[in-house]
Design a protein around this ligand. Structure first.
Ligand SMILES: [Zn+2]
Length: 353
């Protein structure tokens, strides 16, 4: 029986590397949770634990203490890299004094290359030695490696990790790397490939399908965002993610790192509901397009005009639209805050601003 301890890097106040609106701590948590789920549902002969299963900070010393006190056979710390915004690739580290971990390292690295290159090309940065704290604290007691799954700030690698199946491919690569290293891990009889589980990490919407996603997509469209390729398909993929990020960017909604992260959290949902229920003309101005004098009124009526405006003139603020007789009027305010009513017909006026 192999005891595998997975260590999702960073967490809590420590986002790790960031890039393209993503955070290392979220991706690596998703990957580790998925690795555990695959082993739990599809394989015998292995028990998997995580140093953290949610978005919390754990010190480096604590991570290796957990590994030693549980008596793990295999320790894998999962990370994503960042450098100068141009460098990309995959690399796997072991402690410089650990020859025992070499086969685990080679198996993880080769399977990561094999799985992630199904999604796009990325450099092989190879198998390396290092003295990282989590490796120093574990290598004498167990096989231990640290994987760097792509560069989160690389435009090239972003084409891979922005794909819906990135987390799945990265998780499968680690699973295959462990199986190739340890004997006695066997497929459960009748085990079919399990579905990725809902994640509690902060981009848990990614890859989800269902009514909540459909509702979200409809609100995004009503708020003026675009879903050009897939439309309202009930699946939260990269297109929906980009629409959420675009909405967040326009509405000044960002995470503590200043990223428009693409997670429709409570703040985004409130703003979306507002945008979706508020007609587009509210808060904008209205101007006459009529060659002549266009009447406005003190109440919802078409008689006894309070005054008139000429072409190009109007009111700075539309408050609402009302049905009046057979037509419609905008309830407007002038620059002094006085309320008037003017036709809302696009034959005579246009909304501006
Ligand atoms: Zn890291």
């Amino acid at each position: 029986m192999t005891k595998l301890l997975l260590d999702a890097g960073h967490g809590g106040h420590d986002p790790g590397a960031t890039g393209h609106g993503y955070r290392e701590k979220d991706f690596v948590l998703q990957i580790c949770r998925r690795i555990k789920q695959i082993f739990d549902t599809e394989y015998n002969g292995i028990t998997v634990r995580l140093t953290r299963s949610d978005d919390r900070f754990i010190s480096l010393g604590e991570r290796s203490r957990i590994a030693r006190s549980w008596g793990a056979d295999v320790f894998i710390s999962v990370h994503m890299n960042a450098f100068n915004g141009r460098t990309g690739g995959i690399e796997t580290f072991k402690h410089r004094s650990s020859s025992a971990s070499r086969s685990l390292q080679q198996n993880l690295q080769s399977h990561m290359l094999q799985e992630l290159r199904k999604l796009g090309n990325t450099p092989n940065r190879g198998n390396k030695d290092a003295g990282f704290a989590v490796l120093s604290g574990t290598y004498k007691h167990m096989l231990s490696c640290l994987t760097e799954v792509l560069f989160i700030d690389s435009p090239g690698d972003s084409k891979i990790f922005k794909q819906n199946t990135f987390v799945e491919r990265a998780a499968r690569a680690h699973v295959l790397g462990v199986i190739a290293t340890r004997s006695g891990i066997t497929r459960k009889p009748n085990a079919s490939a399990s579905k990725p589980a809902p994640s509690t990490s902060s981009n848990s919407w990614m890859d989800h399908t269902g009514q909540a996603v459909t509702d979200l997509q409809n609100k995004l469209l009503q708020a003026g965002e675009k879903l050009p390729r897939f439309g309202v398909d009930g699946h939260f993929g990269s297109e929906t993610l980009q629409a959420v990020q675009s909405f967040q960017s326009k509405n000044g909604i960002s995470n503590p790192n200043g990223n428009h992260y693409g997670v429709p959290g409570p703040q985004t949902m409130r703003a979306l509901d507002q945008a979706a229920t508020k007609p587009s003309y509210v808060g904008k101005g209205v101007r006459s397009t009529y060659d002549g004098r266009l009447n406005f009124y003190r109440s919802k009526t078409w008689s006894n005009p309070a005054g008139s405006v000429t072409k190009g003139y109007g009111f700075p603020t539309i408050v609402a639209k009302h049905k009046v007789g057979k037509g419609e009027q905008y309830e407007v305010k002038n620059s002094n805050g006085q309320t008037f009513y003017i036709t809302a017909s696009s034959k005579y006026v246009r909304v501006v601003g």
